[in-house]
Ligand binder design. Sequence first.
Ligand code: NAD
Length: 490
Amino acid sequence: MTTEMRLDGRAVINGERVAARSGQSFDCISPVDGRILTQVARSSEADIDAAVSAARAAFEDRRWSGLAPAQRKRIMIKFADLLLAHADELAITETLDMGKPVKYARAVDVNSASNCIRWYGEAVDKVYDEIAPTSRNALALITREPVGVVGVIVPWNYPMIMASWKIAPALAAGNSVVLKPSEKSPLTALRMADLALQAGIPAGVFNVVPGYGAEAGSPLALHMDVDCIAFTGSTRVGKQIHVMAGQSNLKRAWTELGGKSPNIVFADCPDLDKAVQAAVGSIFFNQGESCNAPSRLFVEASIKDRFLEKALALVPDFAPGNPLDKGTVMGALVDKVQMDTVLRYIESGKSEGAKILAGGEQTMRETGGFYVQPTIFDEVRNDMTIAREEIFGPVLSVLSFTDTAEVVRQANQTIYGLQAGVWTRDLNKAHGVARALRAGTVHVNQYDEDDITVPFGGFKQSGVGRDKSLHAFDKYTETKTTWIRIDSPV
Ligand code: NAD
């Protein structure tokens, strides 16, 4: 399959594959072995302008927004089906481009992206507007309208899923979209645009413009004719997105940002093996490159030794391997920059006095790819750099506690508030601690539940707004009130 695939790095603007207007491109390097996969259009302001005008024209002439919701539904379901029909190609592309194991790219990324597009397609002709309970002489209609042109900027860790969480509700609601994928993993988003066209989404409605953040992302966030910008990425850039929205046309800005999620295991945890499996599995899944990874593990002191013994026994199961092999569970980090960042954090953990129990080194150097061993630090303090900053790699920091109020205080002592975990068989403690944790999602006695029906997003500096569920429609629609006077003759 890999030898038959043609990887096309050109932009998709107004239904056409096009090179950057400047003629420039950049190397798309595979983290699997460091080789160049293809050239990608190095888009800049002129390309963003072209994509935004195409999106605006499509919105204004209502070729998509004017369709009945049931018609949009049919096309979106076809789009979702086409993703599944191309599942192997998309999964292999994702693995080559970003380094994750192909078995997860296929079972998780492609399936979730397709499911998300199908779910919003199916939802859109089942959501009703409202009539307000006003006086008898008036009728107040409260209706939802698409915001218009939606700019989307996504990161590299789950390229198809992050894109679909935004484009699916935006398109279902009738908007036109300009998506800028990460420069580190642009290829599957570009293929999604081809398949959307094939499904019948009209040209100009869904445009994908690859390029660097400062060159293509900023012009999109600053564009005067973009009505809404939906961003997933780092807190650092997310803050700039809100500034750019304010500096330009006050476009609606929604941000899904970083995390440093606490996972609290009490001594009365109902199933220690399950807690260990979840703690280790969740931080090493996707090479630790997950915004919601439970990277700070708080274990009650009385069970810590037992917990760590079990955790260390699991580490060999996560040994990195070639992500194209079906048996591999941990692949390559997305690029050398990210690998070096992770290795720097590991050094900082050591130098600040944390004790390394497993891993800590680059591995599989001979491949030319970017692999880091699954790493566990014990004796971490909450004020150490590795407990405060998002590492975005396979590094687990273990802290211990003896007091419930104190562990909740420490768990909340972070700029982030994306997710958290609590493990206890005591119902009062579970509810009490879950309420006290300042996070968008709290997991109790598991850490892997996930469904398109539930909102996803963070408190504090983990962002503004929610992806997934019907709540996501709030981001891509304006609420309109229409007052109608009724001078009733009867
Ligand atoms: P990043 O912020 O560096 O980049 C994200 C996107 O923004 C990329 O497409 C990039 O090109 C673009 N960008 C960079 N600078 C820009 C600028 N000045 N103007 C406009 N766009 C710009 O993040 P990343 O390294 O790609 O992704 C990792 C981060 O994403 C982590 O912090 C992670 O927690 C976060 N993330 C959050 C969620 C969530 O749902 N909360 C999900 C996945 C990832």
